[in-house]
Write a protein that binds this ligand. Sequence first.
Ligand code: PLP
Ligand code: COI
Length: 362
Amino acid sequence: SQPIKTAFTITPKADRISAAEREELLKAPGFGRVFSEHMAVVTYTEGKGWHTPEILPRQPLQLDPAASVLHYAQEIFEGMKAYRSPTGEPLLFRPDANARRFRRSAERMAMAQVPEELFLDAVKQLVKIDADWIPAPEVGTLYIRPFMIATEVALGVKPSAEYKFIVIACAAGDYFSKDAGPVTVWVEENTVRASRGGTGEAKCGGNYAASLTAQQEAKENGCHQVLFLDASERKWIEEMGGMNIVAALDDGSLLTPPLKGTILHGITRDSLLTLARSQGLTVREEPYAIDQLYADIASGRLRELFACGTAAVVTPIGTLKTSKGEHVISKETGAVTASLRQALCDMQFGRTHDTQGWVHTV
Ligand code: PLP
Ligand code: COI
């Protein structure tokens, strides 16, 4: 697709919510329920490329019931955040990495490619117009959800000739409730999330739809999240429903599954591993068998286990649960988990010097 040259047309919402009402909503926003007032929309038409970039008041979409996304799930998304700096300025964290991953997801799903500059421009324009929706740093962030849907009116199974690239945003507090402490994770033994050659590496909606029965089972068993195993041997840990997983071992090293096509290339994962390496920690990206992990919990070799992702940030895992019983790691947040979380958040919120070129102003 050709790069777009047009600037965004901006139509501000006429009846914007009052500052007092917004402040009320931003006190305890939870996750994914309190939306900002605008959205970015860009249209793709085969032969014409990307066109009509708009910032509009957030509103329902008009879709033909035969739009191909509704039938064959040609859909991808991203998750990223805007952070409020100590001087009140909106900051983005590695937005270029989200733009690149969005391109890779599009490629896997045979969708049009959104040029990186267009992706970044759409995100920045939305954050600018809705900057007031970024909660105070002690409350949270503005979670940004860029996504693309196939809109061609056609029931033939083929890549769509038309797409919409849309960006919406919502205020985000903690993904997991704070007082819960370390979370409990269900080790999924029935369904799998992704297999070799599948779509595990792409951030497409279908992966999440396929994870929901496991998530439901997890909830029924008193767990917050699911840990998936590999599809072929059901032996190796892969990732969770919406986050990557990392273990901290007694020799001071970190261990996490390698990126081999079935798990998402998490930007939080990459950032934490980079920070850990820069602090002199040994980081190993190696297959980790679930039975070995249980044995390491029992022997004390595994000291800490945590989930990491944009929504989850860095969340300690206290217990793994299966149909056969529980493996308790700790009821407290471990020191390595806490210090990595602190280092990452200090950078994201602009509280420490950005040594990596990761923090972007809007
Ligand atoms: N794995 C899955 C399945 C996810 O949905 C996410 C969240 O985006 C992650 C991992 C972590 O990725 P990131 O750190 O880029 O948010
Ligand atoms: C994210 O962390 O951005 C995710 O996509 C996880 C979940 C909210 C789907």
